[in-house]
Design a protein around this ligand. Sequence first.
Ligand code: GLV
Length: 334
Amino acid sequence: MGKKKIYVTRRILEPALSILSRKCQVTLNKKPCPPSREEISKNVAGKAGILCMLTDRIDAEVMDKAGSNLQVISSYSTGFEHIDVKEATARGIYVTYTADILAEATADLAFGLILACARNIVSADEYTRNKKWKIAWSPDLMLGYNVHGSTLGIIGLGRIGSAVARRARGFNMKVLYYNRKRNRQLESELRVTYAALDELLAQSDFVSIHTTLNSASNQLIDRTKLRLMKKTAFLINTARGQVVKEVDLVRALERNQIAGAGLDVFETEPLPRSNPLLKMKNVVLLPHIGSATYQTRSKMAEVAARNLLDVLVEKKEPNPKFLVNPEVKNLRPL
Ligand code: GLV
């Protein structure tokens, strides 16, 4: 039997691509940008596997274009809202992701944003670099807020939220969390306290969002929720832009209703040039780089490749922690 045909929507770090090329016939989008809808439709035709990114919408139409050979959609991401999982499951298509792998790197970045916001790290760099630093030392230059000993509110105590909670312990922070489901075991393991969302927002000095995007979390943080936050508090988002109603956040920042925000994700990415956040001083803005470390991205590539090969070549079930739709195992046993 010939090699299985697969479509890889972006160049990913080695050795994953070489491994895939040895075992499969690879069609690769070599451009540095995501493939267009048309390119995806054209390139998935007749493929048995798709290795995609969070920027590629893989819905029923794309699955139709791929045809009945399609057995696996392996996403190089922890979010999977870009894939119609229900549709894939109904068709007996395995959907995998790289959850777990990027939790620690994303937690590092969330913590980086907490520190950057609280201690004016970005604006202080700009100040120094642009030769605005004229007096050797000043008692009130660039005053920020304590991170140590403050209260951190974590929305979504999954893998990333838990990794942030562990870091917070080193900073002697009090950690509150809100989750749709309360998890008493994690509470004692991580020494965190459950709080209703409104209470968490009212008490926290830093609110860090780590929920997946779903119907309940879409625009969860809006005007009414932002109003509950302290004037001295910061909102940190390394999850998905859509969890925050961005116009409401902009308004809250303009009115200094909260102290600031550290954002790695936005409602529209890349950030449109007209986005008012770009002109604001009380924000730190990053281009969706939560998992962007050499080690993590290369591990994600390896895991995404392995997940795809498990289904297509090894004919074995992917590691359960990477399988989004375990129900598929009954529909299409391998
Ligand atoms: C990043 O946002 C991811 O979902 O992998």
